[in-house]
Design a protein around this ligand. Structure first.
Ligand SMILES: [Zn+2]
Ligand SMILES: [Zn+2]
Ligand SMILES: [Zn+2]
Length: 112
């Protein structure tokens, strides 16, 4: 339920060494996202739902603190860099799942 990935604690269901989980496990599902409520990284919102009994608190996209962890190299990105990026890691070039963009609003608050 909890695993160290490149020095970061990632909580979730069947988390693998590159932050895939029971819900998202393709070769591109290598990001974990920080939830403000827990101040911890989870591979996905369903993992958060499975492990805790509170509603997720989303991070503002304006936040400058790291919010996204690349499971491939361990780099962390602020939300804006991730959301405006091209679905790959700026550090190692690992491809991220572009389908993730459909759920950005589950992780990040976009209101100014
Ligand atoms: Zn939480
Ligand atoms: Zn999951
Ligand atoms: Zn990377």
């Amino acid at each position: 339920m909890e695993r160290e990935v490149d020095g970061h604690t990632v909580r979730g269901v069947d988390v693998d060494p590159e932050t895939r989980c029971a819900h998202y496990d393709t070769d591109r599902d290598v990001v974990a996202l920080r939830f403000a409520c827990c101040d911890a990284y989870y591979p996905c919102f369903r993992c958060h739902e499975a492990l805790v009994d509170h509603d997720p608190e989303r991070l503002s996209v304006a936040e400058s603190a790291p919010a996204v962890l690349c499971g491939s190299c361990g780099a962390t990105l602020p939300p804006r860099e991730f959301v405006d990026g091209d679905h790959s890691c700026p550090d190692c070039g690992a491809a991220f799942n572009p389908g993730c963009a459909a759920h950005y609003d589950r992780y990040f608050a976009f209101e100014a």
